[in-house]
Ligand binder design. Structure first.
Ligand SMILES: Cc1ncc(COP(=O)(O)O)c(C=O)c1O
Length: 474
């Protein structure tokens, strides 16, 4: 593409994106296409000859855009609602243009050192002590995988050299988490060769928090049976209900038992920067590692997950490996090479977007937005609490409300009716909600996390839910 054409198209895209971000609500939030629509609208093979950007962009608007579910839509309340904020988008544009691959310090000193500085800013905002060093991965799943790989490295002698198979000297290994912990913990133990059976899910209390005593009992029972406890994963902001595990008690047990404590604060960890919410990470200073996802609730475009680790040396011991062609003189002099802290060699320049987001909003701006989302969630929860039709299914510590049809013996509260209500409101194109199960029962989840979401959008969601409940009654 000649430079002048690039300039023209970049201006056109800047205008298009600015319009889009001004009013993403003009599109249906949940894509209305049917399975196969997008695939069938596209040619089966790549074009033989190059095409104009005009033609390509026209197809983006005509074919691709209808198949987009708009995470930027203010009516997006599903899963964990997120925002790719403007400063983060601009940083992604720059990052793509620079096309930096940050495996080694010398392959872009700025990428390496900006990551170090920006993550230290974030560490301070979260109130974590100085000993925690940060590293950026794509997702929390990958952060947790690395944390548990480090735990395995610390617990099993020479696991790096000898592996796990055919080792009579290695007892059965165990990892513990709440019954409400995220499925990424399951995937990590599977991938690390511990076997899925190595994961013990500990029962939770009536507010969906891991029971610390049950954890202590499980560890004691496993030790008596000759099994080796390797790690505990505590969740701060569980996926279904955003419950907060009792971190201080869990840390006490882990320190006593000398078991690696990993904290999954992927969604809710950022709330620790809001005055009054510091308590959620109390005890984290005694953990070995903690994951938090700026791409979830810190207005950073997907993807960017941060693993903070107090024993990064163990992670390096697990993964550092330098073939001849990657040796550098400055590494010998002691600079940090990001390839040493993980399984991937190549790495994107992700810190640029977090740096720009932190600078654009400032700590006060971030705190104000997080606090507003939590206020809106409490407002919605108050409507649910006053409702004759719906009832709340869990406490609301952050910005997610779990609720379901009221069990009053007068209305149909079957799973099928819940699913019909969800389908109806999602078909409106105005809002998008998802569901989960708590105590075996279907519940709706309303998650607030988008920068454009206001009380008006939350009220509209409430009205649509009530209308759908009325339409599906009787
Ligand atoms: C508590 C928790 N941990 C981990 C994850 C996985 O996040 P990611 O998509 O970044 O792997 C999620 C996703 O929602 C989550 O809620």
């Amino acid at each position: 593409m000649p430079p002048e054409a690039f300039r023209r198209e970049a201006h056109r895209l800047a205008d298009w994106i600015a319009d889009y971000l001004t009013d993403p609500g003009r599109y249906p939030v949940l894509s209305q296409v049917k399975a196969g629509d997008i695939r069938n609208a596209l040619p089966r093979s790549a074009p033989q000859h190059g095409e104009s950007f005009d033609a390509i962009f026209a197809d983006f608007e005509r074919v691709i855009l209808p198949g987009v579910t708009h995470w930027n839509h203010p009516g997006f309340f599903a899963y964990f609602a997120i925002s790719g904020s403007a400063p983060g988008i601009l940083a992604e544009f720059l990052s793509a243009a620079l096309n930096v691959q940050a495996m080694l310090w010398r392959t872009s000193p700025s990428a390496t050192e900006l990551e170090e500085v920006t993550l230290d800013w974030l560490r301070q905002l979260l109130g974590l002590p100085e000993g925690f060093e940060g590293v950026i991965y794509d997702t929390a799943s990958v952060s947790t995988l690395h944390a548990l790989a480090a735990a395995r490295e610390a617990a099993v002698p020479d696991v790096r050299g000898a592996g796990l198979s055919a080792r009579p000297d290695v007892p059965a290994l165990r990892v513990y988490c709440s019954e409400h912990a995220h499925s990424s913990v399951d995937k990590a133990v599977i991938l690390l060769g511990l076997g899925h059976d190595a994961l013990r899910r500990i029962p939770a209390d009536e507010e969906f928090r891991l029971r610390a005593q049950a954890l202590a009992d499980a560890i004691a029972e496993d030790r008596r049976a000759g099994r080796l406890p390797v790690a505990v994963v505590a969740t701060i902001g569980s996926t279904s209900s955003t419950s907060v595990d009792p971190l201080e008690q869990i840390a006490e047990i882990c320190n006593r038992e000398r078991v690696w404590l990993h904290v999954d604060a992927a969604y809710a960890g950022v709330a620790a920067m809001v005055p009054g919410y510091e308590w959620i990470l109390r005890g984290a200073s005694r953990a070995e590692s903690l994951v938090v996802n700026p791409h979830k609730w810190l207005f950073t475009p997907f993807d960017l997950s941060v693993l903070f680790c107090r024993r990064m040396d163990v992670l390096r011991q697990a993964f550092a490996l330098t073939p001849e062609y990657l040796k550098t003189s400055e590494a010998e002099a002691g600079v940090r090479n990001l390839m040493d802290t993980g399984i991937q060699l190549g790495r994107r320049f992700r810190s640029l977007k977090l740096w720009m987001v932190l600078r654009h909003f400032g700590a006060d701006g971030l705190r104000a937005r997080l606090a507003e989302h939590m206020r809106l969630a409490r407002l919605f929860a108050s409507w649910v609490d006053d409702s004759a039709i719906f009832e709340r299914s869990a406490p609301v510590p952050f910005s997610v409300v779990c609720f379901r049809l009221k069990e009053d013996g007068k209305q149909d509260t079957s799973e099928a009716r819940h699913a019909r209500i969800l389908d109806r409101v999602n078909a409106s194109g105005e809002i998008f909600l998802s569901h989960t199960k708590l105590d075996g029962r279907y519940v709706f989840r309303l998650a607030i996390g988008n920068l454009h979401t206001t009380a008006q959008h939350v009220k509209r969601a409430w009205d649509l839910l009530n209308a759908a409940a009325a339409e599906t009654a009787g």
